[in-house]
Write a protein that binds this ligand. Sequence first.
Ligand SMILES: [Zn+2]
Length: 249
Amino acid sequence: MIHAGSIALVYCLHGDEILGKDIARRIKKEFPEIEILEGNPRAIKNKKRFMKKDLNRIFPGKIDGDYEEKLAHDLKRRLKRFDYVIDIHTTTTVSEPFLIMTKKTAGIKELVDAFPLKDVVFMNDDIAKSKALIDHVKCGVSVEFTKGITLDSAYETIKETIENICSKKKVEEKRYYEIIKIIEKAKDLDFISGIRNFELIGKDTVIAQSRDVVLISKEEFYPVFYGQKSFFGFLCMKARLIEGDIYDC
Ligand SMILES: [Zn+2]
């Protein structure tokens, strides 16, 4: 039996993703032994993603850096002793909630398998640059709660995950996607309403448009974070489905 005291929950690395704060509050009542860490207090107070630098793009941080660099350094230090780290995010895109992982270790597999979620996105070093929190803990994944999710449903997902970690229960059915690249878009281009995250887009499909310009897919791919509002100049991430075993272990 794994003890819940070996699990840490991090919320609001991005200060405007406040659903995580409400989830964390309820989780703390249910599992008092779990460590709960708030990501970016000043950004939460100011209702912003970050103050000066995106906290989840600057790990491991700096002891004598600016506000966010110091936060990253401190979070890394405080998370050192935990076996599992769950990092809660929200996105403005539409899909089922999904997971993000950046390493393919046995521990990550255990953690991913504990989530009652199907879609798992692997970001390699070319994309993630090893600057996210989950790159700097023993074993961490990020969960992205999507547009329209209720607090009850998000809370149940995390609660069930913690119970599964502790009892080593696996939720086997998973679909793994690997991010190939980030597709940018000019700011006057609009999203296309029929495009769904994690649903295959064919070659030569219109993926963004303005009155006189269209952006066409050059090959088939799965979109991830399509429709995201907070990334300027960003259309989506382009992913492929991974067949077979993804893990190194
Ligand atoms: Zn986030």
